[in-house]
Design a protein around this ligand. Structure first.
Ligand SMILES: Cc1cc2nc3c(=O)[nH]c(=O)nc-3n(C[C@H](O)[C@H](O)[C@H](O)COP(=O)(O)OP(=O)(O)OC[C@H]3O[C@@H](n4cnc5c(N)ncnc54)[C@H](O)[C@@H]3O)c2cc1C
Length: 650
């Protein structure tokens, strides 16, 4: 079988020139000291575009405006506080060591590098661990109502892949509470006139002028009006691309358009195949489902995961005696038990289901059982800790989790891949920064639970405000681009023509039908486990599907009013391009690591086998045209502080 991508080309290696060397604990301090500063009185002369108002964008916009910059900010929701971050449930990590259980910045650093299966940048991860401590102080000062223990200190719980309790939480609504904190701070700046907020406005292209990011092309989703916005720098905080898979735990509107358009304009895309499958989601219930629901990982603190020992045992859970149950995570990984990292828990669930021991419709589920916790803690305590999650489960499945174990199954949840950024969070397009889930982040090949919120807020509140200042101080712009610049003209025409092409196509298929087909293909071939044959099959099919999309898609309505079908079609078109890069990246990485499990690369015990000699690098892909072989740039990863070993959680 052959694909148009039989060979991609290899470009110059990427070197992150911004990360200082020297002792790792001193690097961020040193970098900050070496940065040029913008005088407070000069900051108001600089305009910064921030696309996105989730935890990363909301915190960045508020902080930059508070520092004195003029911020122009965008989101496609009707309010900044409806960004997808609002859905985060379980918590946020920080190395506060309130529990005195052995935690430290060093341990959080170590856990994150190891949890990411040795595919992240040490300098970044160490900085993340350092900054984690400040995030909690910042959020408490804003009034975020974190849970507290009896003595009044903030309470914590454990998440997967760690043996300390460092996850701060606000019941099962941590994302919502943190986002309200960031939104409050942003609202203050909107009221003060330092942030110009554009809700219901979608960025559709990046303006690169004389080699620098100088603005965006955006569409007002209510009127269809296309406008250009100019700035001295552009920040993308546009979230992850998990919805390429159609079914995921992400908000329905989350999409890849902003990062993909930036990629097309020169920003390299790093590790696109590193997607995270979360082990505890409510199983899919039928073919017409359009969304999957997460049951927070925090439930694994007290819930026990099991399946029947015998294949094909369809008895109700309460009729299966204790000695006929297999608490497989506790059996296989006694030191971490139900709290092994997500990639490991997900694969283990798939394995027991593949053995015919799965439960529920189609055998695609495992039990998450609270019977022991209820007996030990009592219903009131369980309700206090997890009440809203139990209620959500009951509403969706019509089963009472206090009476009967929950059924869970892995699902697409997060993307570790994203735009390549240097230590300063700058992409390969000068003046274009990417923060939060939109960048390829600090999580390597597998993100540990409760560390996305930590990274988004570290980027937005602390890292970007410092590094962006350095960029602006070194690259002051004396001009403001205008609409008659050829690059602006070209970008606006491209956006307008594409929307016209979608609206005028007299096809017979909905954008959703293409998205669903693409999602199924990605899940089957580039999902929980991947093979060379499957990936080649997908690489053959995706371009065909893309061609079919442009021939057969039908978008009703006009471009001058709210038209969700048009929005959707435009996003699906980008998913159809990104999907190809995801599969190619997965094909080229013939090792298994973290969330990327290549069936051909496993240990004798069936665990993922990394190939450090060959693949200790970030794969950063350069765009050369739709359907054309991209260029692979490798950023070599050094592990001087956490030595790569075969990850063991036994
Ligand atoms: C159900 C669920 C639960 C989770 N729970 C946790 C948890 O407990 N702990 C944890 O650490 N992580 C958790 N995560 C992960 C975490 O929530 C996300 O990684 C994080 O919130 C992403 O934040 P962000 O600011 O990068 O992006 P988002 O919150 O996704 O925000 C993206 C923003 O960009 C805007 N945008 C995107 N594209 C465009 C465009 N083209 N034009 C204009 N605006 C655009 C959107 O309008 C939005 O404002 C969870 C994820 C899910 C799905």
């Amino acid at each position: 079988m052959s694909t148009p991508y039989e060979s991609w080309t290899t470009g110059e290696p990427l070197v992150d020139t911004k990360a200082p060397d020297g002792p790792i604990a001193e690097r961020w301090k040193r970098r900050r000291f070496e940065m040029k500063l913008v005088n407070p009185a000069n900051r108001r002369k600089h305009t910064v575009i921030v696309v996105g108002t989730g935890l990363a964008g909301g915190s960045a916009g508020a902080t930059l405006a508070e520092a004195g910059y003029r911020v122009v900010q965008f989101c496609y929701q009707d309010s900044p506080r409806r960004a997808h971050s609002v859905a985060a449930q379980g918590g946020i990590n920080a190395a506060k060591n309130y529990r005195n259980d052995g935690d430290s910045v060093q341990r959080l650093f170590y856990d994150t590098v190891k949890g990411g299966d040795f595919r992240s940048r040490e300098s970044n991860v160490h900085r993340l661990a350092e900054v984690s401590v400040e995030i909690i102080d910042q959020c408490v000062a804003q009034g975020v109502p974190f849970a507290r223990e009896y003595g009044g200190l903030l309470d914590t719980r454990s998440f997967g892949g760690v043996q300390v309790s460092r996850t701060f939480y606000a019941r099962g609504q941590t994302g919502q509470q943190l986002l309200l904190g960031a939104y409050q701070a942003l609202s203050r700046q909107i009221a003060a006139g330092t942030v110009e907020m554009h809700p219901r406005t979608e960025m559709l292209d990046l303006l690169v002028i004389d080699g620098r990011a100088r603005g965006i092309v955006a569409r007002d989703l209510l009127t269809g009006r296309i406008d250009t916005y100019f700035a001295d720098a552009v920040v993308l905080a546009t979230g992850g691309y998990g919805n390429a898979f159609y079914l995921s735990t992400n908000a329905k509107n989350s999409n890849a358009t902003a990062v993909w358009r930036a990629h097309r304009r020169g920003a390299h895309f790093a590790n696109p195949c590193f997607t995270q499958i979360h082990p505890t989601c409510i199983p899919r219930s039928g073919d017409h489902q359009s969304k999957l629901t997460l049951m927070s990982e925090s439930l694994r603190n007290d819930g026990r995961i099991w399946v029947p020992k015998k294949a094909g045992d369809h008895r109700p859970p309460q009729d299966i005696p204790e000695d006929e149950r297999d608490y497989y995570l506790e059996r296989l990984y006694p030191s971490f038990g139900n709290l092994v990292p997500r990639d490991i828990a997900s694969r283990a669930a798939k394995n027991v289901c593949d053995e015919g021991r799965g439960v529920g419709p189609g055998g695609q589920g495992v039990y998450l059982d609270f019977a022991d916790a209820l007996a030990r803690m009592g219903r009131a305590a369980v309700e206090e800790k997890y009440g809203n999650l139990f209620e959500m489960y009951a509403r969706i499945t019509a089963e009472d989790p206090y009476e009967r174990p929950m059924r869970i199954y892995p699902a697409i949840h997060y993307t570790m891949g994203g735009l390549w950024v240097d230590y300063d969070l700058q992409t390969t397009v000068p003046g274009l920064f990417a923060i939060g889930e939109a960048n390829f982040s600090d999580h390597g090949a597998n993100r540990l639970g409760a560390s996305a919120l930590m990274q988004g807020l570290a980027d937005g509140y602390f890292v970007l405000p410092a590094t962006l200042g350095d960029y602006l101080a070194r690259h002051p712009h004396t001009d403001t681009p205008t609409a008659d610049h050829p690059a602006v003209h070209e970008a606006v025409s491209a956006v307008t023509e594409r929307l016209y092409a979608l609206l005028s196509n007299q096809g017979d298929r909905t954008p959703d039908s293409f998205h669903r087909e693409l999602g199924e293909l990605l899940w089957d071939e580039c999902g929980m486990s991947r093979t060379e044959a499957g990936l080649r099959k997908a690489l053959e099919r995706v371009p065909q599907l893309r061609a079919e999309f442009w021939e057969r898609v039908r978008v009703p309505g006009s471009g001058e009013t709210l038209n969700q079908s048009l929005e959707k079609a435009n996003r699906v078109a980008d998913h159809l391009e990104l999907a190809e890069l995801m599969c190619l990246d997965a094909l080229h990485r013939t090792e298994s690591c973290g969330g990327h499990f290549r069936e051909e690369s496993r240990t004798e015990q069936g665990e993922a086998a990394r190939k450090d000699e060959e693949f200790s690098y970030v794969a950063a892909w350069e765009f050369t045209g739709t359907g054309r072989p991209p260029v692979l740039h490798r950023e070599h990863l050094d592990f001087a502080h956490v030595h790569p070993t075969q990850r063991s959680y036994t």
